[in-house]
Structure formats: structure tokens, C-alpha cells
Design a protein around this ligand. Structure first.
Ligand code: CP
Length: 356
């Protein structure tokens, strides 16, 4: 059975299959009106969402299936102390596939450990957001026609921005990717992405201080919200914040066919004057999110009993002498088996990837 916990749970061939199916659904939606008839998707959202939850809702309905679940965990038995793993054991009695968003890192992986139905990670804390990644890849494919040999600028909150982490992981399967990282020191890309993905898998990256420095080189500018509340030093935020606002003037420096992506919601990091620019792809990106989630749901259900689509070997191990130090990790919040993984000499928590 295939879960989607990390973008790397899908091979490049499987991602291509999902993108091709999404293309087909966009062109011929009527062929898929009954594709998930009598099937149910549970959406378990422990954290706010507009795009992800409602695009999953629209996706299952357009596939002829039904939806159940909660958007406010406080109104479920979670409020009585029910764990993620028990909640999933229960929901799997009612649903054929489950999408889960959780503020605690690793919660969807803990869910997958006990689930008899496919689990889709719809965002876990600051860690991962693989269905946003599929949305981003479909958008890039539709806007530019290919994903190999592109130069990306990731701008804003690269430390806490889970969509950035997941997209960079997925890009490691493509050829000729180059990355500009545009962020203040306080919001730099986490060490595990720079080391395990960029360094070990060969994605060259350059760190720059402003959008203008990178703009002429970029095929994709991936904006994210700079989260003022995360800065330890407010003076640093005030000094840097205008470097990370995209406006029409900065767009003049960009290639004619560059695409601006943003997972949304935006606050003020893209001025509304940019919205009318044909290169502003972020609202088209939202629409693609529904189609790619339709393709994902159908694919995971089709692949459920297909040995040609196994989960990748994880090589997770237990060791009583090791402990994850991340207070936002599931292994420090609920009773789960602490699993670890090794990347070369480095041992990490399997749930949140914190270095041990
Ligand atoms: N892009 C994204 O995850 O948006 P939501 O938080 O609204 O789901």
C-alpha cells in the first residue's frame, strides 16, 4: 500500500503518472465523474486550511466519491485525549483513504504506521507538505512545459516553510535544477534540507540577500510569507522585510516567461499590483491543486494492492539510547515508537528529521 507522507515516497515515474492523469482530468473531467463512486475520503484537519482541505473536498466530489472528517479537532474526540494513531484506526473503519493535516511534525507518519488505508500528509508542522509539492509541480509543468533544467528562487521563510522543504526534496529527482535561496539568516533553509538534499543529491544553491540579485536568472520565483512572529530580532525583520516584497518594479528584472508561484495565503509579500502580470501563476496554481489531488486520490486507490507501487524502503530503526529533541515532534507529544534513520554519518529522527 502506498501512503504519501514525504514527496520522496513517490518515484519520479509515479509523479509523472500523477501529473499526466491530472492533465487528462483537466481536459476530460467527464471521464472521471464516477472514478471514486462509493469511495470515501476522510479529511482530518487539526490545523487551519482553506486551499488544501477544500480542494480535497472538491476533488473527491468531482470523482463521484464522498467526504467525511473534521476541520476542527477540538470538536472531535481529540479533545478527550484520543491519539492520532487511535483516531486513524477509527476513521479507517469509515473511510477508504485519509488526508491529514497536523501541527505536530511526524503525525502523518505515525498515522501511516497503523493505518489499513492510504494516508496523505496534508501538511505536518514546519516539516512537509507533499500535496502542495504535487500542486507546484503540475503548475510548473503547465506553465513552462517541463521541470528539468530550471532555476528556482525560493524567497521568504525558508526555515518554517514546509512547502519549500517538500518541493526541494521532490526536485532532487529532476535534472539540472539550480536554486537561489533568498532569506534572512533567521529564516534560512534547515540544515537537513541543505545537507541531505542539496549537498548529497546535487542541487547547487546560492544564498542571496535580495530578490533583485537573483531575479534575472530565475525560471520560477517561489514566494512564501515571511512570518514576522518567528523573528527573534525585530530590528532584523524591519531591516530585511522590504527585500522580500515582490512588486511590479522587481518583476521588470525577470525573464519574460518566468512564473511566480506562492502556496498562499499571502499577507503582503506579493503586492496586488503583480496579480495582473501574466507571469503571476499563484491563483492558477490553486486551481491545479484540485486536479492534482483528484489524480493523487485515484492513483493511491488504484495502487493500493499493486506490488508495482510499494512504499520505498525506509530503513528506520529503534535505539533506546537515542532521543529526539524537537518539542514539536510527534514522538515527544504522543506515545509512538521512536524511530530513527541514518544519512551517512548523521542520525535523524524519522518523524521530523531533527539531527540527533
Ligand atoms: N497552500 C496551503 O497549504 O494553503 P492552506 O493552508 O489554505 O491549505
Amino acid at each position: 500500500m502506498k501512503h504519501l507522507i514525504e514527496p520522496t515516497d513517490l518515484t519520479r515515474a509515479e509523479i509523472s503518472e500523477i501529473i499526466a492523469l491530472a492533465d487528462r482530468i483537466i481536459e476530460h473531467p467527464e471521464e472521471y465523474y464516477e472514478a471514486m463512486a462509493h469511495k470515501k475520503l476522510a479529511t482530518l484537519f487539526y490545523e487551519p486550511s482553506t486551499r488544501t482541505r477544500l480542494s480535497f473536498t472538491a476533488a473527491i466530489k468531482e470523482l463521484g466519491g464522498q467526504m467525511l472528517g473534521f476541520s476542527d479537532a477540538a470538536k472531535s474526540s481529540v479533545a478527550k485525549g484520543e491519539t492520532v494513531q487511535d483516531t486513524v484506526r477509527v476513521m479507517a473503519c469509515f473511510a477508504d483513504i485519509i488526508a491529514m493535516r497536523h501541527p505536530i511534525e511526524g503525525a502523518p507518519l505515525a498515522a501511516a504506521e497503523v493505518s489499513p488505508v492510504p494516508i496523505i500528509n496534508a501538511g505536518d508542522g514546519s516539516h512537509s507538505h507533499p500535496t502542495q509539492t504535487l500542486t507546484d509541480l503540475l503548475t510548473i509543468h503547465r506553465e513552462l512545459g517541463h521541470i528539468d533544467n530550471l532555476t528556482f528562487g525560493f524567497c521568504g521563510d525558508l526555515r518554517f516553510g514546509r512547502t519549500v522543504h517538500s518541493l526541494i526534496k521532490a526536485l532532487s529527482a529532476y535534472e539540472g535544477i539550480k536554486v537561489y535561496l533568498i532569506a534572512p539568516d533567521a529564516l534560512k533553509l534547515p540544515e537537513y534540507i541543505r545537507h541531505d538534499v542539496c549537498d548529497l543529491k546535487g542541487i547547487p544553491y546560492v544564498e542571496v540577500d535580495s530578490i533583485e540579485e537573483a531575479m534575472p536568472e530565475l525560471d520560477i520565483l517561489y514566494m512564501t510569507r515571511v512570518q514576522k512572529e518567528r523573528f527573534l530580532d525585530e530590528d532584523e525583520f524591519d531591516r530585511l522585510k522590504d527585500n522580500f516584497i515582490l512588486n511590479a518594479e522587481k518583476m521588470k528584472l525577470a525573464k519574460k516567461n518566468m512564473a511566480v508561484l506562492h502556496p498562499l495565503p499571502r499577507v503582503n509579500e506579493i503586492l496586488t499590483e503583480v496579480d495582473a502580470d501574466p507571469r503571476a501563476a499563484y491563483f492558477r496554481q490553486v486551481a491545479y491543486g484540485k486536479y492534482v489531488r483528484m489524480a493523487l486520490i485515484k492513483s493511491l486507490m488504484d495502487w493500493k494492492d499493486d506490488p508495482a507501487h510499494p512504499m520505498p524502503e525506509k530503513d528506520h530503526f529503534t535505539d533506546d539510547s537515542l532521543r529526539c529533541t524537537n518539542p514539536k515532534c510527534i514522538c515527544n507529544n504522543e506515545s509512538v515508537t521512536p524511530y530513527f534513520k541514518r544519512t551517512g554519518e548523521i542520525v535523524r529522527c524519522a518523524y521530523c528529521e531533527t539531527k540527533i
